[in-house]
Design a protein around this ligand. Structure first.
Ligand SMILES: CCCCCCCC/C=C\CC(=O)SCCNC(=O)CCNC(=O)[C@H](O)C(C)(C)COP(=O)(O)OP(=O)(O)OC[C@H]1O[C@@H](n2cnc3c(N)ncnc32)[C@H](O)[C@@H]1OP(=O)(O)O
Length: 285
């Protein structure tokens, strides 16, 4: 086969010459698809864990690997979106946290920490095309990006207090990176889920559009703003804004893990989570 190398996005990428297409798959798993537009160099990472993209150990691991793949392929930016028409991500998978096995619980939280650090600290521009509901961990993914655009009539927010759990510092820091302190405090203490319109009003999302295609185009527009900016200067500037939050978790990973295990395995948390889950199941019937 006639193979050429893509000099633009990394020398290791092999492209069959006769099948050159604008959108090319970089990597894909059962749960995620990472595609790059060869014209723009912008990658789209689609979460694909039906029905609601709840974040379990495997999905978190695939998301982290995909971000690394986008970086190592020298993509010019990364857009996160969902294959669902109604849910961006339902947040952490309750089945990982309800009546858990300790070893799996540890791996799960460690994967979440790593995924967050990789996304929040990514050197390339990141954007979220929020084409569905984004509660809790879904909101964390979105707020870890640099730009958010959302479709109408969905909801987004950190609703942990409603479930009887406390969002860790780094969840709060991601929120505080986009929301004024008072708005964040009020929202977090109430477990508020913002409608799309409310989210735009408080600045939780930057833009609202009607379709997923428009959302991706808006994200591309945002990433395009950096076309003429030196990527090294851009990355270091972003890092200076985020380094304290990243270091705070990096230096306290073990304590954070132990705090999570203690909080989740506490009988009252398990009872609250069980009741929440039951309610969720009832609602979905
Ligand atoms: C260091 C200090 C201590 C740390 C403490 C822990 C901190 C971290 C804690 C939490 C972060 C989280 O992310 S917890 C997850 C929070 N997520 C939610 O509350 C969302 C719940 N889901 C919904 O509201 C809705 O499902 C939806 C709006 C996202 C979509 O609604 P829709 O009507 O489209 O779908 P259904 O409700 O019918 O759901 C379909 C199906 O999926 C199951 N489901 C939904 N969400 C989850 C989930 N997060 N995990 C696992 N499963 C989920 C739902 O039960 C349905 O299942 P069945 O079809 O089997 O009934």
């Amino acid at each position: 086969m006639n193979i050429i190398r893509s000099a633009r996005f990394g020398a290791s990428t092999l492209i069959p010459k006769n099948c050159w297409s604008v959108v090319r798959s970089i990597s894909s798993t059962e749960l995620t698809k990472l595609e790059v537009n060869d014209k723009t160099g912008i990658a789209v990472l689609t979460l694909n864990r039906p029905p609601v993209n709840s974040l379990n150990l495997e999905l978190l691991t695939d998301i982290r690997n995909s971000i690394k793949d986008a970086e190592s392929n020298k993509c010019r930016g990364l857009i996160l979106t969902s294959s669902s028409n109604s849910v961006f991500s339902a947040g952490l998978d309750f089945l990982e946290m309800y009546q858990p096995k300790e070893e799996r619980l540890k791996s799960f939280w460690t994967a979440l920490q790593s995924t967050w650090m990789t996304l929040y600290g990514s050197k390339i521009p990141t954007a979220a095309a929020i084409n569905g509901h984004a509660p809790a961990g879904g909101c964390l993914l979105a707020t870890s990006c640099e730009y958010r655009v959302m479709l109408p009539k969905f909801t987004i927010g950190l609703n942990e207090t409603l479930i009887g759990i406390v969002a860790p510092n780094w969840f709060m820091n991601s929120y505080l990176n986009v929301l004024p302190r008072r708005v964040a405090e009020l929202a977090l203490t109430q477990g508020k889920m913002f409608t799309t319109a409310e989210a735009q009003q408080v600045g939780l999302v930057d833009d609202v559009v009607n379709t997923k295609e428009e959302a991706i185009a808006k994200c591309e527009e945002f990433i395009g703003l950096f076309k003429k900016i030196n990527p090294y200067a851009r990355a270091l500037t972003k890092q200076q804004f985020r380094i304290n939050h990243l270091q705070e978790l990096e230096q306290n990973r073990e304590q954070d893990l132990q705090a999570f295990i203690a909080a989740i395995t506490n009988p009252s948390t398990q009872a609250a989570m069980g009741a929440y889950l039951e309610n969720l199941k009832k609602r979905s019937k």
